[in-house]
Design a protein around this ligand. Sequence first.
Ligand code: IMP
Ligand code: MG
Length: 422
Amino acid sequence: MANTILIGAQWGDEGKGKIIDVLTANSDIVVRSQGGNNAGHTVIHRGTKYVLHLIPSGILRRGKTCVIGNGVVIDPIALVVEIEGLQKMGIAVGKNLLISDCAHLVLPYHRMLDEHREILKGHAKIGTTKRGIGPAYGDKAARTGLRMCDLMQPELFSKKLQAKIRENNSILEAFGAKPISFRKVNDSYLEAGEKLRPYVANTVVWLHRALQRGKRILFEGAQGTFLDIDHGTYPYVTSSNTTAGGACTGSGVPPHRMDVVLGVVKAYTTRVGEGALPTEDAGLSAMLHGMGREFGATTGRARRCGWFDAVAARYAGMINGIDELAITNLDGLDSVKTIRVCVAYKLDGKRLDVPPSDAARLERCEPVYEEMRGWNRPTHHTKEFTQLPAAAKDYVRVLSAMTGAKLTVVSVGPARGQTIIL
Ligand code: IMP
Ligand code: MG
């Protein structure tokens, strides 16, 4: 497989983890380039369920190297927990993991600020994962962040940390929150830093050398297009570039080395957290939750569910340059009699073919639906595209036509084997 950027084309949780796991078989290297441990990728590997937050899903396959790129924000303590958790489950983590020395660190004051800012916002809250992601990227943009290369130099780290804690304690005080102890944070972070030291490297140079040797790279996106800090439903977004461009800036691999963009969509739509979801449908949510589906991998929150939104998917196709489309969770619709697809929005009596840029207007958009008949039989055993019920084949073909991308993968369940490659 050529160098591939895999991105979520909706609001995250499109089932990327599983598709990445399947595609990793044909790659040498898997790279994460943005986000942090707000992400939760669920992968079933040899009958065991793994939830990965920071480490690329490629770690579950032997002989693959996983890279956490410069664009990721890393909570070192959470990363150590994740590495040790995998090792306890018998997964080898050693020379197969590299961490960028330029990646920014998430610190306890980021998590506390995330939480307190949400409380202050009240009803207007974003519904973040409270992992400190926004404040960590905020420090990065303000040029006041601490990076992995700082953590690798204990004396320098402690000096910078002391100043940061002093500054942030005065902000936390204004929120009425408890101040943070420098000593505690310093000790625990330096301890985690020593555990991470063997993995830390200049990953930009490492990736370029690998490219020169003809290695094939899979860039694994976290979250989804409409959570992108620039192109998403701002301010109800995450703080990184979740779209295809983020794979370049977040890894140091230039655009001309990228060959394919693969977009992943669910056969319907879900979102966790606040913000507009034009096709949200209470009946569909109740049905999917009743099946035990659509609970968040990171926070356990019930996801909001809705019909497939072709307006959003088309827009995602444009921003990301989606060449190929993977449709997941098709089996979630197995028992739906009439399936709806949103083909346009209606706002103030006008028909819109692209989502409006501001959250307030998007919130007022009414979906314009087309209806398709369901297939009303289980699809989770399907191995070949030709074996899918005719109505299911029609449905996925319509989705790919509306998105403007070539359909290459259909997923009908969480296991590797439940993947139809076209
Ligand atoms: P944050 O990334 O924790 O700041 O959260 C910002 C928004 O992005 C919230 O609506 C979260 O629910 C959402 N979000 C963050 N990470 C993920 C993810 O991995 N999947 C789905 N939604 C996410
Ligand atoms: Mg997820």
